[in-house]
Design a protein around this ligand. Structure first.
Ligand code: NAD
Length: 485
């Protein structure tokens, strides 16, 4: 019985996109993939037509219909007014997990890390990528880093499920919670909670700076790495480069309803149209797509034929080396060589074997049920645009104590400057002034008290640029204390 082909949305992209997509579609056909491509136009042409994110309604409709997207890289035009197509698609369609495997192909592709075989699972919707930024004073700009409990839980669970289904032994968490105790601290806490549910999988945690250094130096010590959006962006490019070429990296972007598959690299305009681009990244993205649409046999055949081609020394220029390669070929010839090896497996490199998962990877990841913490308003951080000496500001603002609320601390760019501080600290024109309840025994204030304080400050000529309410959750401060240690 022949199963019905799976509809997929296909975009040929810009730069090298069309030629690598042509190679990949040819190989999908040769390998017997049961797909029904719906080709859409996205990227440079659409940006120029006035679509600020490079995608039009027709493409959105196709994605909503097929829910599977095989996408070649696109060129983001230079200059203001253009939004990243990738970030738009990931956020709009809830593609929360970006999965990027990075595996060495030693001795056939030159790398310093012959045993490297890791997968980066990057959170894709939150963090500084919310793009919420403000210029607040003459000197200071701000970006908001937003991290949610469901967001952390979804990505961490996805990483452990991925490890379980792919027979991976360890999941490592990369965070910077020695500095960002509330945001990265939340991610880390959830990682530790979820890890306990997977006793068969080892887990460890790394501060991202030393973790990144170890990943660059000894990548073979990592298996699955789960991390926040920005760290994941940086780490996954490093990991891909360590395997030998960015042209080798494929990736998936997984959501509950839609999934997108692509190469990790960009549109490489300087080498476009020359038949020299390596189609491997997009091909490995397509292999991940085949697994996602339950065509495991085709995925296995295609991946193994690709490994065999690499092993036979048939290489595109980006990975061609006189001492190890046998034949330098173009994009089309490389695809032809893979097609000729369909049905073969590598002899030295590990062959792959994709099997249906016990439950599909894209199945909705459940959340732990929990009761909400009790939330009490206990004060407010008032950010002022002001120039002068911290002592003067402290004295002036202390005059506003009373009415149930008192000034307890002033910091400048996260460093405490009042009531104590160092004369050496460089101060900008952006001051965080913390007011807390005067009642230590029952430290709860009302919104009216906060509004009253703001009115009194404004009347006295202080210009506030931002206020952030301070809450206790179940009696514990939900804000960083003092300076950003
Ligand atoms: P790039 O990834 O296009 O190129 C970086 C380097 O890698 C270049 O030297 C390029 O020649 C080489 N390279 C990339 N892919 C290759 C391949 N398949 N085979 C051989 N060599 C390859 O990055 P860039 O130059 O920073 O960006 C170019 C454009 O791509 C920009 O407009 C950028 O916005 C866009 N971009 C798109 C995506 C995407 O669509 N997912 C991702 C990254 C960058």
């Amino acid at each position: 019985m022949t199963r019905k082909p799976t509809p997929i949305t296909v975009a040929h992209g810009d730069g090298i996109g069309p030629e690598i997509m042509e190679a990949v579609l040819f190989l999908l056909g040769e390998a017997g993939a049961r797909i029904e491509p719906d080709v859409v136009e996205i990227g440079e042409k659409k940006y120029r037509e006035g679509f600020s994110s490079g995608i039009d309604e027709e493409a959105w409709a196709s994605l909503r219909r097929t829910r599977v997207f095989l996408k070649a890289p696109i060129t983001t035009p230079q200059g203001g007014g253009y939004k990243s197509l990738n970030v738009t698609i990931r956020k709009a369609l809830g593609l929360y997990a970006n999965v990027r495997p990075a595996r060495a192909l030693h001795p056939y592709v030159r790398t310093h890390h012959k045993d490297m075989d890791l997968v980066i699972v990057r959170e894709n919707e939150e963090d500084l990528y919310a793009g919420i930024e403000y210029r607040q004073t003459d000197q200071v700009a701000e970006a908001l880093k937003l991290i949610s409990r469901p967001g952390c839980e979804r990505i961490v669970r996805y990483a452990f499920e991925f490890a379980r289904q792919n027979n991976r032994k360890k999941v490592s968490c990369m965070i910077k919670d020695n500095i960002m105790k509330v945001t990265d601290g939340l991610f880390h806490r959830i990682f530790k909670e979820v890890a306990e549910e997977y006793p068969g999988i080892q887990s460890d945690s790394w501060i991202v700076d030393i973790g990144a250094a170890r990943l660059a130096d000894t990548p073979e010590m990592f298996d699955v790495v789960v991390t926040l959006n920005l760290y994941g962006d940086v780490l996954s490019d490093i990991a891909a480069q360590l395997t030998g070429s960015v042209g080798l990296g494929g990736s998936s972007n997984i959501g509950d309803k839609v999934a997108m598959f692509e190469a990790i690299h960009g549109s490489a305009p300087p080498i476009a149209g020359k038949n020299i681009a390596n189609p491997s990244g997009l091909l490995l993205g397509a292999v991940m797509m085949l697994v996602h649409i339950n065509q495991h046999g085709v995925a296995t055949r295609l991946h193994n034929a690709w490994l065999r081609t690499i092993e036979d020394g048939v290489h595109t220029p980006d990975i061609f080396r006189e001492e190890i390669s046998k034949q330098e070929v173009g994009t089309r010839e490389f695809a032809q060589a893979i097609a000729e090896r369909l049905g073969q497996s590598p002899e030295t490199l590990h062959p792959v074997e994709y099997k249906p998962a016990e439950r599909p990877q894209h199945e909705e990841i459940r959340h732990t049920s929990r009761t909400k913490d009790r939330k009490d308003l206990v004060g407010v951080d008032v950010f002022l645009d002001w120039e002068g000496e911290p002592k003067k500001l402290g004295a002036a603002l202390s005059a506003f104590n009373g009415e149930g609320i008192k000034l307890v601390m002033i910091s400048n760019r996260g460093v405490m400057v009042w009531p104590t501080g160092f004369p050496e600290t460089n101060c900008s024109d952006h001051w965080r002034c913390r007011f807390l309840s005067e009642n230590d025994a029952h430290p709860v204030v009302s919104h009216e008290k906060v509004l009253g304080l703001l009115e009194r400050l404004t009347a006295a000529g202080f210009h506030f640029v931002q206020t952030i309410n301070l809450y206790n959750f179940d009696g514990k401060p939900g804000y960083s204390l003092g300076q950003g240690q």
